[in-house]
Design a protein around this ligand. Structure first.
Ligand SMILES: Nc1ncnc2c1ncn2[C@@H]1O[C@H](COP(=O)(O)OP(=O)(O)OP(=O)(O)O)[C@@H](O)[C@H]1O
Ligand SMILES: [Mg+2]
Length: 307
């Protein structure tokens, strides 16, 4: 059973904005990366999961609790790091931490000091005067300080310097080992690659695809650029049942992504053609997802499962 469950969640803000029929789950102990362009609906989905917004239809649940009906319980049990941290006037970091503890009525562990040390944040300054990165660190500390088993992290490292991003990634790796269930939105591919077991992709408010991170990484290695000896060879290959990502007949070249289960078909098709050259690419996760960000209609081709 999924610990985080979103089922046909819909909130229409008008003029095509909002989230529509969004369905996905995060299993116990899993980290799900939540990716999509600006304005795609990631923060909106997370706010609904926390019960800060009410859906028009559909449901959001955490640990079996309906997010709207059990908002207060969810606040107590779930570590939430919002995309934008609203900090009140006139408080020091330490006072803000105390305020969050009281508001959420969290019980149990208190890791605030340990986390302040790990992220090298002094809690004594006025929160309003903190730098962007310091505010982000404070949000990380408040999300994790009660040691919750479930975390919703909305762009947790945006604004953190590269050293702090590394520290954060190592920290999350340890948290994963401790069995935490995490929904993590991010635009930082190295972070997604390092931490996520699966990746859900949202665009224009609709979930397009959910992929296993391992499948993506594995699939990426099997992309080939093939140059044929003649246009006849090019045609024979194109009509062999193997679907290329793209092809250029005049150049007698095509790019093809071969999932493991299609390796035999691919080799059979190739054996019937005269090939001038063949090159294997190693594409990074970033390049792979850029297809999608840039509106590439062929996104998802290449052995990646659709949701
Ligand atoms: N309260 C609201 N009223 C009206 N429109 C809203 C509201 N909240 C969000 N939206 C719209 O819904 C869409 C999704 O916004 P959301 O903040 O969820 O995007 P996002 O995927 O988190 O983007 P980013 O990567 O920029 O953080 C946007 O077009 C936004 O303008
Ligand atoms: Mg957002």
């Amino acid at each position: 059973m999924s610990v985080i469950e979103v089922n046909k969640l819909t909130k229409d803000y008008g003029r095509g904005r909002g989230i529509f029929d969004v369905t996905f789950g995060v299993h116990k102990g899993e980290t799900l990366g939540f990716l999509g362009p600006n304005g795609a609906g990631k923060s909106t989905t997370m706010r609904h999961l926390m019960g800060f917004s009410k859906p028009q239809s559909g449901t959001a649940k955490i640990d079996g609790l309906d997010s709207t009906l059990k908002h207060h319980e969810i606040l107590k049990n779930v570590g939430y790091l919002p995309g934008e941290v609203a900090l009140p006037e006139g408080l020091t970091g330490r006072e803000f931490i105390s305020m969050m503890k009281n508001m959420r009525k969290t019980k149990g562990a208190d890791r605030a000091d340990e986390l302040l040390k790990l992220f090298e944040l002094s809690p004594d300054g006025n929160v309003k005067r903190m730098s962007i990165g310091e505010k982000r660190k404070l949000a990380v500390v408040t999300a994790f300080m009660s040691d919750p088993d479930i975390l919703l992290l909305d762009e947790p490292t945006s604004g953190l310097d590269p050293v702090m991003q590394e520290i954060f990634i190592d920290f999350i790796r340890e948290e994963k080992k401790r069995g935490k269930t995490i929904l993590l939105s991010s635009h930082i591919f190295s972070e997604v690659e390092a931490l996520c077991d699966r990746i859900a992709i949202i665009k224009d408010g609709r979930l397009i695809s959910t992929v296993d991170a391992a499948d993506v990484k594995h699939g990426l290695k099997n992309e080939f650029t093939i140059e044929f000896d003649s246009t006849d060879d090019f045609d024979r290959f194109i009509h062999s049942g193997v679907t290329p990502e793209n092809g250029d007949k005049s150049a007698k070249k095509c790019v093809v992504c071969v999932p493991d289960e299609q390796t035999n078909d691919f080799l059979t098709a190739l054996s019937k053609c005269s090939v001038r050259s063949m090159e294997e690419h190693s594409v990074s996760l970033e390049e792979y997802f850029m297809h999608f960000y840039k509106n590439d209609k062929t996104f998802g081709v290449g052995g990646v499962k659709n949701a």
